[in-house]
Design a protein around this ligand. Structure first.
Ligand SMILES: CSCCC(=O)C(=O)COP(=O)(O)O
Ligand SMILES: [Mg+2]
Length: 255
């Protein structure tokens, strides 16, 4: 718990990071990564005609420092190296995302959310605060992640999903500007929750409200959050919708 009670935040939309924020990194880097590892080669081989996979392979060669003609063994070595260090490279996320989406569809994967998360999402959604996701994990994997929660299908509460393909790097202010614009929300009325200080810096530079989520046992627990507000549980975060949303709710109640 933080030493002092935190203020109530007013926001039109709460945007969620996944790993380390809503969900345990150990689950992502354990269950999901273990599921993907043996499937990378057969997936790339059997989806060579999919432009998304073909483009990802080209990008892996470039970002991995390989020759343009490097074979699949070399490409796989780069992918495994990135996974071992949890490098959030976009072409890796594209391939993982397709593999995980298939795993969720086959009933072979399920997701994980910290106990304090879903009650707060339900509460904020119920009050009229919009919810969205911005994660390094591809949108193809974000959607089934929220659909297959232990608490049930959470997707009806989520307005929009963004990844590094649709929005850009999580460490650049421009990505948050793009998301606010896509959501039709002024920057100051968006609230971003994440476990990574560099992402907090970027969102704040774009004019967003931000809260650091620093959970014991998670990889960024010891990170320097500087002057950012930090919580260790969603239970500490109190969010109210903007005044006009509240007014609409009251009008609806009276109708
Ligand atoms: C949709 S679950 C997979 C999440 C993932 O691959 C990932 O890298 C999450 O990173 P985040 O930006 O949410 O910390
Ligand atoms: Mg994270």
């Amino acid at each position: 718990m933080t030493a002092h009670p935190l203020p109530t935040w007013t926001a039109r939309v709460v945007v969620l990071d996944i790993e380390g924020t809503t969900s345990a990194a150990g689950f992502v880097q354990g269950d999901l990564y273990d599921y993907a590892r043996p499937r990378l080669r057969p997936w790339i081989e059997s989806h060579a005609d999919d432009p998304a996979i073909a483009d990802a392979v080209v990008a892996i060669r470039a970002e991995g420092g390989l020759a343009e003609t490097a074979d699949l063994d070399a490409v796989l070595a780069v992918l495994h190296g990135w996974m071992d260090s949890d490098v959030k490279a976009t072409p890796l996320k594209t391939i993982q995302g397709q593999i995980w989406a298939a795993g969720f569809a086959a009933g072979e994967l399920s997701s994980h959310f910290f106990d304090d998360v879903v009650p707060r999402l339900r509460e904020w959604h119920g009050r009229g605060v919009r919810l969205a996701v911005f994660s390094s994990g591809s949108v193809a994997s974000q959607v089934p992640w929220f659909r297959h929660a232990d608490a049930g299908d959470l997707t009806p509460m989520i307005d929009a999903y963004f990844d590094t393909v649709s929005a850009g790097s999580k460490r650049e202010a421009g990505s948050y500007e793009k998301i606010a614009s896509a959501l039709g929300v002024p920057a100051g009325e968006a609230l971003f929750l994440t476990d990574l200080p560099a992402e907090l810096d970027a969102a704040r530079a774009a004019g967003w409200q931000v809260i650091g989520v620093r959970r014991e046992g998670e990889p960024n627990y010891a990170a320097d959050f500087g002057d950012h507000t930090v919580v260790d549980s969603f239970a500490e975060i109190h969010v109210e919708p903007e005044a006009d949303v509240r007014a609409e709710d009251v009008a609806e109640d009276r109708a």
